[in-house]
Ligand binder design. Sequence first.
Ligand code: ATP
Ligand code: MG
Length: 579
Amino acid sequence: MSTLFLRTLRDDPADAEVPSHKLLVRAGYVRRVAPGIYSWLPLGMAVLENVERIVREEMNAIGSQEVHFPALIPREIFQESGRWADYGDALFRLRDRKGADYLLGPTHEELFTLLVKGEYSSYKDYPLALYQIQTKYRDEARPRAGILRGREFIMKDSYSFDLDDDGLRRSYQAHRGAYERIFTRLGFDYRIVFAVSGAMGGSASEEFLAPALSGEDTFVQCTNCDYAANTEAVEIAAPEPTDPADHPAEQVLDTPDTPTIQTLVDRLNSMALGRHFTAADTLKNLVLKMRAPGADDWELLIIGVPGDREVDLKRIAGQLDPVQVEQAGPEDLQREPRLVKGYIGPQLLADLKIRFLVDPLVTEGSAWVTGANEAGKHAANVVRGRDFAPDGEIGAVEIRDGDRCARCGSPLEVARGIELGHVFQLGRKYADTFGLTALGQDGKPVTVTMGSYGVGVTRAVGALAEQTYDDQGLCWPRSVAPADVHLVATGKDETVFAAAERLAGELEEFGVRVLHDDRRGVSPGVKFKDAELIGVPTIVIVGRNLADGVVELRDRKSGDRRDVPVDDAAAQIRAALDG
Ligand code: ATP
Ligand code: MG
């Protein structure tokens, strides 16, 4: 450490929001250059390299082969896939001296597909799996949390190439298995959650999430079974459908000045209708607008949910992607004068040819109080399957603790996590676009089907810090720690420094990675604080106790301490690490 390029900081950086960010900066692992753009210092590089090594080993172990693509990509390639337009503002675009457009790759589907197309042509060439560990560029709307969401970041991205759906399923399972081993070896507490792959066309899609309070992703897990899903993909148990004919006829009610669900419920309860109403008896109809990729015009979309539930726009957007959705504004509503703001009901929507989707909680045969499509009027006993028929269902309500698991009926709980990786069956989207086919056994061309698998490599460093830090600093799992042992020599006594030097050499001979604090003239207190902040899992102190022939061994995480004889220290430390 007397020569290591490292300066630890006493204070948190002003721009840091989450603990991992504060600590990685304070402990001298990374430095910010601009929002979402970081430099990596030697300690950070050591951790990053460990993560990359584990990722490489596990990818190689399933027979995936490493390649490397440029980050700088000519526009034409993304033009062909449609992503030059579709990727929107998140794409970094630039121009060369001749005026030709380029982009910095946010992912590399196009290049993987084209590369394989260029080399392979026969069914005998498949299956194939390729990966790269590479820097990606995305102009994220909200770069935050340090390296957790960067604008420049490292991703391991890989693709599998198969001739049929069975092959794709096998490749998917192999990658999923590799990811389980990667995240286990990295020391993560992680969950595999169902995800939707949007209209990308893929079928199976799962995310690997690290539960963390600072996580940006919300996911839902069952308190009983192993069901877990992100909030876009989650399915909750809905009541059983009933017979729509079981209800009395629709009844229109005068309900002036009832702009909110609560004022409506109060009004209903003051009308002596012979029953008590709650918000859950009302059907709330939210007006959104949507637009297909490449289309100019927005189309209205109305979503019906029980009145006691909030609508989760992000959840809806996730399911409709790449179709865009937004809340409709007054000018959108004006285009359809028969929609009466505050009194919209689904009874009319089929006539108006407005697309109407309901949350599955609005089951077939359920009866609701909802707008009567006339100012100041609502209707009761409006029954799905009798008085209105939605165009379809979409999970739209904000999931809350206590919603029921669709698998086992037990309560669900909502938690936050960081997306570490994503595996999904991409299918033939890119193979179709770029004409990636193989000549089949029968001499006919077969379109190749692809799986897509990503790991956030730099994000994994931040996420691990986030899951393992404590009030003293970082606290790495050994598999990624920048060293096995943080060896601290304290005091002014040269024999101490000589003994520490000797011990460092012995440990290194055993293959133990040592970070040796051999700084002279730095107080023991400062050295201990730095050791705790840096977070190497085992701390060894050579100091005053050397006079008694012992050195101190500390476990960074538990704080457990014990003395070991200096003459046998290297062997005992190695044994402790192996144990
Ligand atoms: P997110 O939902 O967090 O934006 P994504 O779905 O856009 O992620 P993918 O395109 O699936 O991400 O990328 C694969 C992996 O790359 C993600 O699982 C994540 O770990 C990582 N990743 C994505 N965006 C970033 C970023 N801006 N900074 C760091 N890592 C990222
Ligand atoms: Mg994803």
